[in-house]
Design a protein around this ligand. Sequence first.
Ligand code: HEC
Ligand code: HEC
Length: 216
Amino acid sequence: MRLRSLITIFALAAITATFAAPNRTEGETASGISAQALKAKTDYCKTCHGLNGQGFRGSFPMPRLAGQQPEYIANQLQAFIERRRTNPVMFNVAHVLDPPMVKALSEYFRDLNPKPLGGAPRELVTDGKKIYEEGVSSTNVPPCASCHGPEAKGTDAFPRLAGQLHDYISRKLSDWDRERGQKKDQPDNSAIMQPIAHDLTAAQIKAVAAYVSQLE
Ligand code: HEC
Ligand code: HEC
């Protein structure tokens, strides 16, 4: 190999290394957001979503964000911004966030792990577990576990359900058609859940929500 091509290879390697390990200034997160700016934002999120992201019951349930899949969080923030998912509160919160901040926020909440808020009727948990693990064969509802995972921790775009507020889950499943996938010309992942939410009865929704809400 000629010296010139060797030099080129070394030069390229040096450039790659520079990009692979950016010199982070102190107090900066992986997304390039300052720790201070991220804290200001997360403090704001926590006024509604709970001090540890565990969710909060106000005049209506605020969902748990702790331990949620970053890809799912980012997808939902984008869906609020584009009004594919309708919620006036979260539209206002989300439309000012730029992509690096969305990334930093979703990674921040992924790493929190508080205990579930609880409060669901215990007597529904057994029925709910059966629906979660086996689905409902008479109405062709697939096992929730097949997408949300055996422990309901989710993966990538499939959200975590473990520890989620049971009353939030019940409301979301009952209102799916009115809140999610609201731009028919821009189909999104909400279409995957649509038939499932639609085919569950109110009693089945309550039971499965009770089951996942107490999983840690
Ligand atoms: C003023 C109250 C309020 C604040 C502040 C707030 N949220 Fe929300 N958020 C809500 C409510 C209410 C919902 C539930 C919307 C619904 O019912 O569809 C929600 C839903 C969400 C969801 C969807 C969760 C899911 O399981 O699908 C995400 C993600 C989210 N918020 C992220 C954030 C982030 C990040 C911040 C801070 C930048 C934040 N929120 C600040 C009230 C708030
Ligand atoms: C074929 C895969 C699949 C199956 C099976 C499935 N889900 Fe989902 N589910 C999804 C996807 C994908 C989303 C995210 C939709 C989005 O991004 O808008 C979702 C979202 C949800 C949400 C909204 C979570 C939130 O934080 O707002 C709930 C609740 C939910 N699913 C419950 C269930 C239950 C209960 C079952 C079983 C009866 C089930 N899912 C079965 C794929 C599935």
